[in-house]
Design a protein around this ligand. Sequence first.
Ligand code: NAD
Ligand code: WQD
Length: 343
Amino acid sequence: MKILVTGGTGYIGSHTVVELQNYGYEVVIVDNLSNSYPEVVDNIAKITGKKPAFEKFDLTEYGKTKTFFEKHPDVEAMIHFAAYKAVGESVANPLKYYDNNLRSLINLLSCMKDHRAHALVFSSSCTVYGQPEQLPVSEDSPIQKAWSPYGNTKQISEEIIHDSINAHEGINGIALRYFNPIGAHDSALIGEYPIGVPDNLVPYITQTAIGKREALRVFGNDYDTPDGTPIRDYIHVVDLAKAHVIAVDRFIKEKNKKRFEVFNLGTGRGNTVLEVVNAFERVSGEKLNYKIVDRRQGDVEKVWADTSFANKELGWKAERDLDDMMRTAWQWEKALAEKENKQ
Ligand code: NAD
Ligand code: WQD
């Protein structure tokens, strides 16, 4: 059974390819390498013993996307990770984000209509909830006006998928709303590889500890939370990856069922920024240099997932704890540094 994984050399995509292959699926990756490296394909092979097929092209190019489906008529389902994801950059350059994130999705859906591939798993985000009124936040909580063009591409994408499924027979979709994926594979062969200065907390922590950054800036400690820093639902990327295998399986097992479903993927627990820092110090034995600075514009105070729908319907539950997330993130950072020192 062949599965297309777009963005499969990226952070979450690469971990998902590993889990898909371990489960027995045949994978073909499409990625334009705009935010990842070709070595990831070899590292996936080192972990799984099998090299996934890889095609490098840009999914915003309709002709190339169509040719891909003609060449791979046996693709049964696809997981669409490929997108730009830097929130700040999307505010500065919104058209870049609307163009890339929406055009690639529209091209895929257009090809799905005409080919055998019948199912789409889409990478959405908890950002669609903004600051929810009720916590934990469940899938039927209201969607709030997106703060960033990036967040807006996720909201619009969910609507595009929903409308396409309504209009066209034979297309099904599942949107997975990720909370905050962190950590890396236990092998330390794949992980998050931010280009430039990281926006996200955990790569910033590990880069500071390894000496690439001077100090972590903690954005605000005057929120209404136990230690004043914001709360997020951090989830291990391998737990997240496993949910994608189950989502694909759901389509394959019930092929003729028309569906558009949405699931929260988190642990159901929230941690503050300082709890994450403490967990890092505990598992790494390193002292982290950090300072409290002003709040970051657009940050919500607290959000964590109600995962009961995903737990029940998918039979999936996140298993790995915050220490495990920080331990694997640190192992990955150290492996990267070792590689860079050798070069
Ligand atoms: P990533 O940048 O590591 O991976 C995305 C991959 O897509 C990259 O390898 C990039 O080269 C590729 N890509 C981008 N545009 C492309 C195009 N037009 N054609 C072909 N390839 C293209 O990001 P990630 O963290 O693995 O995120 C994967 C998905 O999950 C994204 O859709 C992201 O928005 C979503 N998401 C991520 C997070 C997070 O915190 N990492 C949270 C919620 C949702
Ligand atoms: C986590 C916490 C920061 C960096 C973003 C996107 C969201 C989703 C996940 C894709 C916050 C604090 C961070 C730093 C800090 N991505 N922080 N110093 O903001 O929850 O979500 O990534 O869909 O859409 O918005 O994640 O990792 O940036 O921040 O204090 O240098 O860490 O204030 O409380 P966030 P994050």
